[in-house]
Ligand binder design. Structure first.
Ligand SMILES: Nc1ncnc2c1ncn2[C@@H]1O[C@H](COP(=O)(O)OP(=O)(O)OP(=O)(O)O)[C@@H](O)[C@H]1O
Length: 239
């Protein structure tokens, strides 16, 4: 595999509670990889480890060829993140929010301006650039967060349950945009507990009770069964 994201033998404990148990997987370059798990499976813990909000001494995480423990700045520079909870300033415009974030990445005003336009264009959001975030609906706010996560042109993009609170049309739009990004070569890790967000051509990882219990191409993994039925059987069986 040429870059993307690699996780090997990653474990994490909250005190005595083992939240992740020797988790290993790859997000191949340019793939849309769905990490599917029921509540409590360990998804948030994994996201926190990948973004270095938590640190584990057991196992390794390699982002775009850079080991997160040994080269955290390079690793994080290659990673774009859309967190579950929106973190936008509602009283700033779309463009002001993006400029603020670009400054955090050390981009010059000129460079930032070019990247902001490019990033908004990618998501069909350029015409909203002058609007206050407060005026945007949930779907457009999410799209804007996605534009923000792409500003520093990461090669790996991670989204933590990005459709929470969105209606069906907005969910479809955002999943479509992110699939387009994967087609353009971005390595995507998409966490969810909703099977209808996963397509047969996506790579699938099923996390249950801190362990990867299935992985592969979704269409092959589900083997003719409805994905929801397959997933419930899998996660109930191991309960
Ligand atoms: N701070 C904590 N202290 C102790 N146990 C924790 C803590 N945070 C999470 N856990 C436990 O670790 C396990 C994994 O939790 P985690 O939040 O990562 O799961 P999740 O898949 O993100 O679930 P959800 O979708 O409900 O957020 C769960 O059993 C949870 O109860």
């Amino acid at each position: 595999m040429e870059f993307g994201l690699t996780v090997r033998d990653l474990s994490f404990r909250y005190g005595r509670k083992l939240a992740l148990d020797s988790v290993s997987f790859d997000v191949p370059r340019g793939s849309f990889t769905a990490l599917l798990g029921p509540n409590g499976a360990g998804k948030s813990t994994l996201v926190a480890l990948l973004t270095r909000l938590l640190v584990s001494r057991e196992g390794s995480i390699v982002v775009a060829g850079h080991d997160l423990a040994r080269a955290p700045r390079r690793s994080l520079a290659a990673l774009g993140v859309v967190f579950q909870q929106p973190t936008l300033d509602l009283d700033l415009t779309v463009r002001q929010n993006l400029f603020y974030f670009a400054a955090l990445h050390g981009l010059s005003r000129r460079d930032a301006s070019v990247r902001i336009d490019r990033s908004l264009d990618r998501l069909g959001m350029r015409e909203r650039a002058g609007e206050k975030v407060r005026a945007l609906n949930g779907g457009h706010r999410r799209r804007m967060e996605l534009a923000r996560a792409l500003l520093h042109e990461p090669s790996v993009l991670m989204l933590d349950e990005p459709t929470v609170g969105l209606d069906a049309a907005a969910r479809r739009a955002i999943t479509g945009h992110v699939h387009d990004l994967a087609d353009q070569g971005v390595s995507v890790l998409w966490t969810t507990h909703l099977t209808d967000e996963v397509e047969d051509s996506d790579q699938l990882l099923v996390l249950h009770k801190g362990r990867i219990v299935a992985s592969g191409q979704t269409g092959e993994v589900r083997g003719g069964q409805d994905l929801q039925d397959w997933f419930l059987a899998r996660t109930e069986e191991a309960a």
